[in-house]
Design a protein around this ligand. Structure first.
Ligand SMILES: NC(=O)c1ccc[n+]([C@@H]2O[C@H](COP(=O)([O-])OP(=O)(O)OC[C@H]3O[C@@H](n4cnc5c(N)ncnc54)[C@H](O)[C@@H]3O)[C@@H](O)[C@H]2O)c1
Length: 336
């Protein structure tokens, strides 16, 4: 299939592009290469993809272009020149804390950009539209594990509100224009080539540079950390899974639209996660305890029963192995 992956220079986009190329799909990746975190890392991912494509002799299967979702005309040109079978939207302004200080970029990329993409899909129908949502839509949900049918009307950050908006916008387009659509609520994804703004990356960086690490809420937060390969395998299995019609007593919507949690289903405390990082680095961290941050949630815990029954999804990577892989990559990437 010919697949458009937005945000392909990002963490999940890079890994997904590689996996789908290796499965024989043609990939067109786009990304605006913004400076939210080190652009060198985004360029390094793109270079790695290019050398993978060269080595595997599949030059015709992969293209990349610098495109910003919020610029409507650029997207229009892209869709006029290509017929995509599937669109996977991973491009977004991520980060909960950053959204408290930089609200506008979340509106530009996650709302305007998202609607621009839906408009193109409306005029250029695809077999499947898959998009990234987030566990943050659950806010301070107190019932665990989180089920995709739980109430998500109370996001506690602009980032979370933008992801919830994506789900609503995607449903309305799916309903009106018959777009088969799947939304994925990712739960704290980690792994090699990961995001420097995320805690596991910052901790590892600080440990190797002999700096103290800020630990919010004494590390008592629970997170359903999910290894990148498990996430990518889940998305791969969903590609050709046509979302069934909504089957709910509370709505007459007959849209082919489905929201899944995609997580590890095994939350651990931040404290335990840090212990794993310390073990893999072979260095004890210097810890700086801080209170809980606004917008942060105390627990994330994915109920993944629906993914298990629909695609036999089964996360395989333990926290110990996943962190070991990440730290090993970090050492190599930074010549440590
Ligand atoms: N990594 C996680 O733990 C996690 C958890 C929940 C949800 N998500 C969601 O998954 C998706 C991928 O996340 P990631 O961790 O790979 O993040 P990432 O920041 O590494 O990747 C996102 C990419 O999108 C690009 N981008 C941002 N705005 C854009 C725009 N307007 N036009 C084009 N490109 C743009 C960025 O340059 C970046 O390369 C995002 O939608 C994110 O919100 C991720």
């Amino acid at each position: 299939m010919k697949i458009l992956i937005t945000g392909s220079a990002g963490f999940i986009g890079y890994h997904l592009t590689k996996k789908l190329l290796s499965e024989g799909h043609k990939i067109f990746g786009i990304d605006n290469l913004n400076e939210y975190y080190d652009v060198e890392l985004k360029n390094a991912r793109l270079k790695k993809l290019e050398s993978y494509v060269k080595k595997s002799d599949i030059q015709n299967e992969y293209k990349f272009s610098k495109v910003d979702l919020s610029i409507e005309n650029d997207l229009k040109d892209l869709f006029n020149e290509n017929n995509f079978d599937v669109v996977i939207n991973l491009a977004a302004q991520a980060g909960v804390r950053y959204s408290l200080k930089n609200p506008q970029v979340y509106i530009d990329s996650n709302i305007t950009g998202f609607v621009n993409l839906l408009e193109q899909i409306k005029s250029n129908p695809v077999q499947h539209f898959i998009f990234a949502s987030s566990s943050s839509v659950y806010g301070v949900n107190s019932i665990q594990p989180f089920k995709s049918s739980d109430n998500t009307d109370y996001p506690i950050s602009l980032y979370a509100a933008s992801k919830k908006s994506n789900e609503l916008l995607a449903h309305s387009y799916s309903y009106l224009y018959g777009i088969p659509t799947t939304g994925l609520r990712f739960f704290t994804v980690y792994g090699p080539y990961g995001r420097p703004d995320m805690a596991y990356y910052k901790f590892t960086e600080a440990i190797f540079n002999n700096k103290s690490i800020d630990i919010y809420n004494n590390g008592k937060m629970l997170r359903d950390f999910t290894y990148i390969d498990d996430i990518v395998e889940g998305i791969f299995r969903l590609l050709e899974k046509n979302p069934k019609k909504i089957d709910s007593k509370s709505t007459n919507s007959d849209a082919h639209y489905k929201i899944y949690n995609i997580g590890n289903n095994n939350p651990v405390t931040l404290e335990k996660f840090i212990n794993c990082i310390e073990d893999s680095c072979g260095i004890k961290a210097n810890k700086n305890p801080l209170p809980m941050q606004p917008g942060d949630v105390p627990v994330t815990f994915a109920d993944i029963d629906e993914l298990i029954s629909d695609i036999e999804f089964q996360p395989k990577t333990s926290i110990d192995d996943g962190i070991k892989n990440f730290v090993q990559w970090y050492r190599e990437f930074n010549n440590i």
